[in-house]
Design a protein around this ligand. Structure first.
Ligand code: GUN
Length: 283
């Protein structure tokens, strides 16, 4: 029988802890404020931005939501980011991705003050993570580490295989696992003999962006499987990168989709917002 890793419950636990922390900061006269910027009306982005606002309200973080039209120019967005960088009452800034074509994403991310970069996407924060310095860490991989730790799964010394090498998930995931003293292999679309490598994993983290790509053939008996993917299948049901039914009987622990990694991303974003104030007070 496998352990079902309950991301919903763990994210709720983290949010409850943060709510308490924020309340105690409030009693010291300290308020946290995060700005969220969405450009255009991509449906998935609208859902994410609404959920971020709701999480802020629950925890007691003030949120400023900027919903800008699709035609917003790069210069207009840069101007807003610079204004928010300069505002002392704003602790965190998040620009929802993807951005419309006319806006250079990299330029925007580089303009966000690294000390307010609660997404952890600025090269300064990415670099800090890679050399083990403190800084903001990308929320989804940080959430995966919390899922493992709070489920009692040891990471140190384990063979961890990360499938996917994106800047937002795969690469920071590998860095975080290294920081936890795991032995880490990163695989991707050009990897040869993929099954051989994934079958070595004690902990397999899947972020390939292909529905039900991983079946039992890819998984060692007794492995822990973390599914970062989220897709809607033909009957509009949500599924992950892992074929849950095929893999479940094989594993010692697994995350479901939905209710696994998904809810952790926002919980870790809220954690980064609280850290932003703690960081600014220790500088
Ligand atoms: N778009 C999809 N996921 C994310 C995320 O974690 N942060 C931002 N800013 N945009 C996203």
């Amino acid at each position: 029988m496998y352990q079902l890793i309950d991301g919903k419950a763990i994210s709720q636990e983290i949010k409850a802890e943060l709510k308490e922390k924020v309340e105690s900061l409030r009693q010291q006269g300290i308020e946290i404020c995060m700005a969220v910027i969405q450009v255009g009306s991509d449906a998935a982005s609208s859902v994410y931005v609404n959920n971020k606002e709701k999480a802020c309200a629950y925890i007691g973080i003030r949120s400023l939501a900027y919903r800008l039209p699709e035609e917003t120019t790069e210069e207009e967005l840069l101007k807003l980011v610079r204004e928010l960088n300069a505002r002392e009452d704003v602790n965190g800034i998040l620009v929802q991705l993807p951005l419309p074509r006319q806006i250079n994403e990299e330029k925007i991310l580089l303009t966000i003050d690294p000390s307010k970069d609660v997404d952890g996407f600025h090269p300064m924060n990415v670099g800090n993570l890679s050399i083990g310095r403190p800084g903001f860490v990308s929320c989804t991989p940080a959430g995966v580490i919390q899922l493992l730790k709070r489920s009692g799964i040891e990471i140190e010394g384990k063979e961890c295989v990360v499938l996917g090498r994106s800047n937002i998930v795969g690469k920071p995931m590998a860095m975080l696992l290294l920081r936890e003293n795991a032995t880490v292999t990163v695989c991707h679309s050009r990897t040869r003999n993929l099954k051989e490598i994934t079958r070595r994993a004690d902990i397999l983290i899947v972020a390939v962006g292909k529905p039900k790509f991983i079946d039992a053939d890819y998984v060692k008996e007794g492995a822990v499987v973390i599914d970062v993917g989220i897709h809607r299948n033909e009957d509009h049901k949500l599924c992950g990168d892992v074929d849950f039914e095929s893999v479940a009987s094989h594993v010692s622990a697994i995350t479901p989709v939905p209710g696994g990694v998904g809810p952790m991303t926002i919980a870790m974003l809220m954690n980064n917002c609280v850290e932003s104030i703690e960081k600014s007070r220790t500088l």
